[in-house]
Design a protein around this ligand. Structure first.
Ligand code: RET
Ligand code: FE2
Length: 547
């Protein structure tokens, strides 16, 4: 584990050609662009948590059967300030930093007494967001950094707060067919209110970037949801969308705002301000995308913690959504770097297994239905929704499968009926050891694994003209802890899970979090697909600009 978490990774600025074994399909042309932490120490100082590490972008450029790899640290203001000071001077999720107060790194950074919520880091290490022709590295604060997907250079810093009142925003936006981006963020005690804000970044005007127009300027509030508690909004990492609805889980895993406001003077991290409240329920908020208003029914379920939504769709007057759930908030505790060492097996044991669950909500509740009756009549599921008094519905999910994380689907089916989930497989620890294809219909799965190999989130890329949901390939960057084995890009046939090719590189590669595939211009694998009409397709499949 030392190889993965202990060392700072070197950048690979010059593209290095990979050794390809097997055959990469000729149609697969583009860039797999990914993000994750690569530097865990600066000078003599070290971060406490894996999610604190400085963002290292890396990419696999796939062209005519060849693969080129490169990596580059995101030149965030956080990175620059740390490197200049030769120590950690900006606080991250699990590490509170104490900079020289004379050096003001961020404008409002340390005016803790006048601002309840401090300015957060721009170390955007979690994912890549696509916004028209632009790509951004993202994290969960209000900052995103535009990047050049070809050279991995860092471009401007964008603060969502300039356009919409959010202090935090997820790293898992959704895209629709028109190229609009939908995301959700938390607005903390703004005008005496704490709310969750669903916001939309409209599809950019074609050619707008050339005129210096950023689509972010047109960001608008889609809908907002008042938080149940002013001083303890929920933490969330993603949300769900179906064709007509948005699903937002207000879960009992909460940020304590008063603790956050005093964290700096108390010498504790942001992570210590997050807590699971097993005594509270999970509120399920459903927004109608057509009216931009919450539906009148109040849905709730037992306390749980969800990081990743998988998908959602509507069927026979019901809204179905699939999420990976935990029984408590212990997952993030397992990623303290002190645990990710030789005693990893003992220190990082999962106490709550990630469990794929299907929730089914009745969209129209019969006023005359008896209290206590099950409102779900679908034969395909055992999920239940029990009528309670005062328009309330208590949801009992169907348990589908255990041990899945970092789920991915064929995005043409986002918000639509679907059958397959591609995911990383975890066993006793939260670090994935396999890649899984789970078939929701047959409840069976296919697995890829190899000794000493640690796979990243698998991404699905459809074959051009594909008719079937699983007609395509799976891409996953694999890190190896066997010194004899180089890291590689794995290409699997998504249908059979057989290996089509691997592209090995003799470089240090980091275990990443999330990313996307940018098909080459004119070679959009989704373009000819019949399922093209599915609402979410276009934005996910549009080609990258050439610079
Ligand atoms: C800095 C910071 C945060 C950072 C959270 C991060 C960095 C979460 C990473 C999650 C990952 C990587 C999940 C993987 O699936 C909070 C808690 C939002 C709020 C306070 C400031
Ligand atoms: Fe995630």
């Amino acid at each position: 584990m030392e190889i993965i978490f202990g060392r700072n990774k070197k950048e690979q600025l010059e593209p290095v050609r990979a050794r390809v074994t097997g055959k990469i399909p000729a149609w697969l042309q583009g860039i797999l662009l990914r993000n994750g932490p690569g530097m865990h120490t600066v000078g003599e100082t070290r971060y406490n948590h894996w999610f604190d590490g400085l963002a290292l972008l890396h990419s696999f450029t796939i062209r005519d059967g060849e693969v080129y790899y490169r990596s580059k640290y995101l030149r965030s203001d956080t990175y620059t300030a740390n490197i200049e000071a030769n120590r950690i001077v900006v606080s991250e999720f699990g590490t509170m930093a104490y900079p020289d107060p004379c050096k003001n790194i961020f404008s409002k950074a340390f005016s803790y007494l006048s601002h309840t919520i401090p300015d957060f880091t721009d170390n955007c290490l979690i994912n890549i967001m696509r916004c028209g022709e632009d790509f951004y590295a993202t994290t969960e604060t209000s900052y995103i950094r535009r990047i050049n997907p070809q050279t991995l250079e860092t471009l401007e810093k964008v603060d969502f707060r300039k356009y919409v009142a959010v202090n935090l925003a997820t790293s898992h936006p959704h895209y629709d067919a028109a190229g609009n981006v939908l995301n959700v963020g938390t607005s903390i005690v703004d005008k005496g209110k704490t709310k969750y804000v669903i916001f939309k970044i409209p599809a950019p005007v074609p050619g707008g970037r050339k005129e210096g127009r950023s689509p972010l300027k047109d960001t608008e509030v889609f809908c907002s949801i008042a938080a149940h508690s002013l001083l303890s909004p929920s933490y969330y990492h993603s949300f769900g969308v179906s064709e007509n609805y948005i699903i937002f889980l207000e879960q009992p895993f909460k940020l304590d705002i008063l603790k956050m406001a005093t964290a700096y003077i108390r010498g504790v991290s942001w992570a210590s301000c997050l807590a699971f409240h097993g005594e509270d329920k999970t509120h399920i908020h459903i927004i109608d995308r057509r009216t931009r208003k919450p539906v009148p029914t109040k849905y709730h379920t037992d306390p749980m913690v969800v990081f990743h939504h998988v998908n959602a769709y509507e069927e026979d007057g019901c809204l179905l959504f699939d999420v990976i759930t935990y029984e408590d908030g212990s997952l993030y505790q397992l990623f303290y770097l002190a645990n990710l060492n030789e005693d990893f097996k003992e220190n990082s044991r999962l106490t709550s297994m990630p469990t794929l669950k299907r929730f089914v909500l009745p969209l129209h509740v019969d006023k005359n239905a008896e209290v206590g009756s099950n409102l779900i009549k679908l034969s395909s599921t055992t999920a239940r929704a029990l009528k309670e008094k005062d328009d309330q519905v208590y949801c009992q999910p169907e348990l589908l499968c255990e041990g899945l994380e970092l789920p991915h689907i064929n995005y043409a089916h986002n918000g639509q009926p679907y059958r397959y989930i591609f995911a990383a497989g975890v066993q006793w620890s939260p670090i994935p050891t396999k890649i899984i294809k789970y078939d929701i219909l047959t409840k069976s799965s296919l697995t890829w694994r190899e000794e000493h190999c640690w796979p990243a989130e698998p991404l699905f890329v459809p074959t051009p003209g594909a008719k079937d949901e699983d007609d395509g390939i799976i891409l996953s960057a694999i890190v190896s802890t066997d010194p004899q084995k180089s890291p590689f890009l794995l290409v699997l046939d998504a249908r059979t899970f057989t290996e089509l090719a691997r592209a090995s590189v003799d470089v240090e590669m980091h275990l990443d979090f999330h990313g996307l595939f940018i098909p080459d211009a004119g070679r959009d694998p989704g373009k000819q697909a019949p399922s093209q009409e599915a609402p979410a397709r276009a934005a996910a499949g549009r080609a990258a600009p050439r610079t």
